[in-house]
Design a protein around this ligand. Structure first.
Ligand code: ADP
Ligand code: MG
Length: 687
């Protein structure tokens, strides 16, 4: 590929400065020196003073200035953890919470999980002694259920506020309310860029503390023409840089684990072909499901003479700072959880990033020295096709989970909840409808007993309902396993290229009559029978790590099942009951086979396709339930199970009527069967 350089050169440092600073950076620095070299260090005392003076403070500073790792330590040193109170710090991403906690524990010379710990869904690595606690925003949201006034905290930091995840947005409203009566609680809203004024306005004109960034110029290059295959273009660009540019590490932004693995494989193969003509190239992936010991590798210094290339999701955009990146390759895409508030359909889609994201990505190249950013799209596309900013999650995803949590917190009047940016009215209505159909809310929009129990589980409402429905169908053991397996599923089967046939055969051996959910159950049960053996996983091309995680998740969910007093029962030979329990949770995710072997979703007649990895790919049952929709070249249903349409009337009488489920291929497919106006009005009334 050919690149052309853009005229703009962001940055504000002179060449001499750059050389001087990058010289210093090259020297191996002790932890103490590293801490002192961060831009935030010079503002330590001013910052503490400002925090002491103001209850709410907005902190703005460039990525990598030290906000996440240093501020909690400064607060700890300044005495904010006396009287056994903690400093909390939220992160939108699991990986970031774990990684920064590990870093801070190391900087403070303590064992992770003692004085410094983290808490993420299904994993609590804290103890009685924990004073600095990193957690995901979802975890803090959940903590409100057990500790509505955050009594155990002296300071709460809502970090990465600019990411505007759904949970972070809701936390804004919740913490704003709390600081009114917890006058001793300090609240810090920390963000990488731009939005500081908006946050300040929301928090009653709280003062803004700006940490000036240190940023080197980054040259931006664009391709002359759009790239058809951006994975391939990434590989080519990495190798071009590697053979033609001075040493310095490369950061490549991809959308997810699949792409990262594909890119890693291509890159390994092609660089091997170049043999020892080239310098050593270390290829390191980083994404959410990557085990932490592998994540730690990206922070290890590059050996002299070698070059590191990091293949990352947009976690590396602002959440994680990796030092010594000089080159950034940006194909311009990310994966987004999207949702159509008219049809209620949710899907994972690869979408173009915003200009704000593109600029953040480019900025990663200019942290330690002047850098280069290669955009795998045209300058025209940047100027005309990318949106200015990413739309906040609250305005584009399903709010079912959030609404359930807010209801569980006793917030009745959602319309008047203090949102930084309110969600669209129809998304709220739809969430209420879904919760009503699931039985979590009554017709007045109040939480039912079932809803209260559902809110105990840190899973989405559909999965929560499935877990609870297992009681009626006497198969809680099976459903627990399925729920646990679904939460690790993306990285379960191992398929090395040179053993693909063996791996596929091994995988087929697990296929169960009825579909993928039962197949997952098979995998887990056989593994359990092998006494949770690593060898067994190896022989069956299963990722042992994922299985271990499934076992942990299962244990945690099992504890919650006890808490809501569900008896553990098993019906090993009865797959109908298991499938009915799944349907009781996922009756929104139903498709039927229509003419021409095409599936259409039951309510909205959208065309969907069974994913080729599914055991039902060739069987094409008449009615299927899917766990999720993933949009790539088509709308693919992933994790598919065969059901009978009459079960829908049994498990979701509020939602389905018999005539919608008539099974005739002669008749024309029914037109979209919308809900009557009055029903919608009913849900709106719940607001
Ligand atoms: P900010 O939150 O302002 O973006 P951070 O506090 O995350 O900045 O980063 C400050 C420094 O700490 C960076 O130089 C980064 O490379 C380093 N750092 C963060 N996490 C780790 C880690 N897990 N291992 C090694 N260094 C880390
Ligand atoms: Mg940070």
């Amino acid at each position: 590929i050919e690149f052309i350089q853009a005229l703009q050169k962001p940055g504000n440092l002179k060449k001499d400065d750059i050389e001087e600073i990058s010289e210093t950076m090259k020297k191996k620095m002790s932890i103490e020196d590293t801490k002192k070299s961060l831009p935030i260090y010079a503002f330590r005392d001013d910052l503490i003073k400002a925090i002491k003076e103001h209850q709410v403070l907005i902190i703005e500073g460039e990525t990598g200035s030290g906000k996440t790792t240093q501020i909690p330590q400064y607060l700890h040193e300044a005495g904010f953890t006396e009287d056994k109170k903690k400093i909390g710090c939220t992160q939108p991403r699991r990986v970031a919470a774990m990684s920064v906690a590990a870093r801070v524990a190391q900087e403070m010379g303590v064992k992770l999980g003692n004085e410094v710990g983290y808490s993420i869904r299904f994993e609590d690595c804290t103890s009685e002694r924990t004073m600095i606690k990193y957690m995901t925003d979802g975890t803090l949201h959940r903590e409100f259920l057990s500790e509505p006034d955050l009594q155990s905290y002296s300071v709460m930091i809502i970090d990465e506020a600019h990411e505007r995840t759904l949970h972070t947005d809701i936390l804004f409203g919740l913490v704003k309310d709390i600081v009114r009566f917890r006058t001793d609680l300090k609240l810090l809203i920390s963000s990488a860029t731009l939005d500081a004024e908006k946050f300040s306005g929301f928090f009653d004109d709280a003062p803004i503390f700006r940490i000036p960034g240190r940023r080197f110029p980054v040259d931006i290059y664009y391709t002359k023409a759009p790239e058809a295959d951006y994975i391939d273009a990434c590989v080519v660009s990495v190798l071009q840089i590697h053979v033609s540019q001075p040493l310095g590490d490369i950061l490549v932004f991809l959308t997810g684990q699949d792409e990262i693995e594909a890119c890693q494989e291509l890159l390994t193969e092609r660089s091997r072909r170049l043999g020892n003509k080239i310098k050593e190239l270390l290829i390191l992936p980083v994404y959410a499901n990557l085990p932490s010991e592998m994540q730690a590798k990206i922070f290890e210094p590059t050996p002299p003479g070698a070059r590191k290339v990091i293949l990352a999701t947009n976690i590396a955009e602002t959440s994680l700072t990796i030092d010594n990146i000089i080159y950034v390759i940006d194909p311009g895409f990310c994966k987004q959880n999207n949702f159509n508030s008219k049809t209620g359909m949710e899907s994972l889609v690869v979408v173009p990033i915003s200009k704000a994201s593109a600029n953040q990505r480019a900025g990663r190249a200019g942290r330690v020295a002047a850098g280069k950013c290669f955009r795998l799209y045209t300058a025209w596309a940047y100027a005309h096709e990318l949106e200015e900013c990413t739309v906040p999650e609250i305005q584009r995803i399903n709010l079912g989970n959030a609404v359930l949590m807010l209801k569980a917190l006793g917030i009745r009047d959602l319309m008047n909840f203090d949102f930084l940016d309110p969600p669209p009215h129809e998304s709220l209505v739809l969430a209420l409808e879904q919760l009503y159909a699931l039985g979590a809310l009554n017709h007045e929009g109040e939480l039912t007993k079932l809803g209260r129990r559902m809110a105990e589980f840190p899973v989405d409402p559909m999965m929560g309902k499935m877990l609870l429905a297992s009681e009626k169908y006497k198969c809680s053991e099976e459903i627990l396993t399925i729920a646990a397996m679904l939460s690790v599923n993306s990285s379960l089967f191992y398929r090395p290229k040179d053993k693909a046939i063996h791996a596929d055969t091994a995988r087929k051996n697990f296929n169960a009559q009825g579909g993928d959910h039962l197949t997952l159950l098979n995998v887990y049960n056989e593994w359990a029978q092998s006494d949770y053996s690593t060898q067994w996983c190896f022989e069956n091309y299963i990722q042992h790590r994922s299985m271990k995680r499934a076992r942990d998740v299962r244990d945690q969910l099992s504890g919650l099942m006890q808490r809501v007093e569900i008896k553990m029962e098993s019906s090993p030979s009865e797959t109908i009951n298991v499938r009915k329990a799944i349907t009781a949770g996922y009756f929104y995710h139903i498709a039927r086979l229509g003419k021409g072997g095409q599936y259409k979703t039951a309510k909205h007649n959208q065309t969907v396709t069974i994913h080729p990895n599914s055991s039902l790919f060739e069987e094409l049952p008449r009615w299927v339930l899917y766990h999720e929709l993933v949009v790539t070249t088509k709308e693919f249903m992933r994790q598919v199970t065969e059901i009978e349409s009459k079960w829908l009337l049994e498990v979701a009488p509020h939602y389905y009527q018999a005539r919608e489920l008539e099974d005739s291929t002669n008749k024309k497919m029914p037109k979209v069967v919308g809900k009557s106006k009055s029903q919608l009005a009913g849900a709106a009334g719940m607001l």
